[in-house]
Ligand binder design. Sequence first.
Ligand SMILES: Nc1ncnc2c1ncn2[C@@H]1O[C@H](COP(=O)(O)OP(=O)(O)OP(=O)(O)O)[C@@H](O)[C@H]1O
Ligand SMILES: [Mg+2]
Length: 639
Amino acid sequence: MSESTSGASSRRMASSTAAPAPAPGPATAEPAAPASPPGPATAEPAAPAPPPGSATTEPAAPRAGWRDFVRLIAETKPPRGLSAAALTLSLLATVAGLVVPLATKQFIDGFSLSRLTGGHIALLAVFFLLQAAGGAYSSYLLARIGQHVVARLRERLWRKLMALPVPYYDRHQTGETVSRMTSDTLVVRGLITDHLVGFVTGLISAAGALVLLLLLDWRMTLILLVAIPLLAGIMVPLGIRMNRIAKATQDETAGFSGHLNNVVSEVRLVKASGAEQRELREGLAGIRRLQALGVREGATGALVGPSISLTIMTMLVVIIGYGGVRVSSGAITAGDLVAFILYLMQIILPLSQVAVFFTQFNKAMGATERINGMLAEPEERFEEGLELARADRPIVAEGLSFGYAGGEPILKDLGFTLQPGQVTAIVGPSGGGKTTLFSLLERYYEPTSGRLLLGGQPIGSYSLASWRARIGYVAQESPLMAGTIRDNMTYGIEREPSAEELREAARLAYADEFIDALPDGYDTQVGERGIKLSGGQRQRIGIARALLRAPDLLLLDEATSALDSQSEIVVQQALGNLMEGRTTVVIAHRLSTVVDADQILFVEKGRITGRGTHEELLASHALYREFAERQLRTPAAPG
Ligand SMILES: Nc1ncnc2c1ncn2[C@@H]1O[C@H](COP(=O)(O)OP(=O)(O)OP(=O)(O)O)[C@@H](O)[C@H]1O
Ligand SMILES: [Mg+2]
């Protein structure tokens, strides 16, 4: 189903004059919203194993009400002219719809050719056309307004996503964040375009029809009114049931697609672990559960149509029977009877939409709540603070402590100085907090206590944008973006580097040879997350990118996984080129790196337990000596 066309059908149902076909069950009125997001409460346990301690639970946000919904929509500034026009047209079409039965009555009662004037026919035609054209055009306008709302909401969310700090991404699963952008915005739009206006005009037309019915023949109307509580007695429980199933389906779909996402993106792990059978079972179980829910939804939905047509048929029989008697007794005219039947439709059809409307309404409130929750998250302020032109002064840590999300302290009271132009190697057992220290230097997180200073000035006083622009970070896994090698080398660089610059960076990163050997050279697609390149190649692209950024402070997280010795040597040489003349902090896993370093910090369980050169530490620090012998790699000497 397309995003833009699903509005017309259900809206039209509510406002059309005489559509004797039973209303479609609520199931079919649903806009195609893929995999509705899991709220924090219903989210699957995070399968791609976020680091322990990162899964802090969200405080339960207060449930969004219609006021929040209205505010959210108002903030997208829907075009006023269009909205007014759409509303006016809808109302006009509704009023025209109310006039049509009356006009028909005139037409029928005057039904003898002699008295049938052209004016009569023209008038009726005008009302028909007004109703149809008004309905169509207002549908179109509503679709435009709906698209405006979705686009503005998505823009806001996207801006938000780009400004959200790293801790937000620690707390939330990718799929959850993505569905906020894609499906929640659609649900919000769906309520406006497909349901809200249709519901309101439907109620107006029902109320109008009721008044006109009473005027036409109050006795017959009162008899018919008995049927309304009857219909409500059927529709309300059905609606509640539909609502419950819809919610269960939403949660199940969210869990299912989250699971699917994890399995598909980690298919290599699945295969390497021989977990195909297990995943197959789990996937199939999810599919079956969705099927069962779908069947239940179908069963409930199947009752809706027949209930409505049964009510309509019963009423028709009663009206035609009783009305026929009154026509033949001369109490009412044949035209009255026809008008009566037509008005009846205008009452029943909107009423049958009530259940659908409330299901959609609840969904939209849920979506509003989730969107508002995300919009309320604090942002990083990129531009705020001093502009940092160069970061070529000493960087000092004083009493630096940090724990993720207020959890266990990971870094405890660190103190060190990074001299400009020098290389500091950080070594220590896995999980000691080395990468965490880099995250603090990148200002992904704020220290819990203590400070980081650049030339005596807290680094927090510089604008994030200018601070990070001075840093080149080559991460442990050398992540790449889908795109070409050129895209990846120039990623985040605003200016367009010349072809020579690009080649030079690739040469210094020892990446030029393998790039030239690729059939498409710099235009080679690297695949999702750079999957089509080897680990060593990815690292060298990462190094080339860092070279192009020409940073003052270089953060290198050497890969923990060993490359083959040949690749290891070229990566090592590339890193050597990169470090030249820069303040460098390197998390070292290679002996050659620590031997050449100006100072080494030995980080254990969040504390610095040893510092000095390789020789000094070998002599003074027992654990370092053991670590250097057992853990640091010694690639064959470059030949
Ligand atoms: N985003 C995060 N949220 C919560 N805890 C985290 C997060 N990242 C890391 N940790 C925890 O912080 C501790 C230090 O992790 P860190 O990645 O800094 O270790 P490391 O010294 O770099 O280890 P390795 O040598 O294995 O790379 C670990 O206990 C880890 O579980
Ligand atoms: Mg690490």
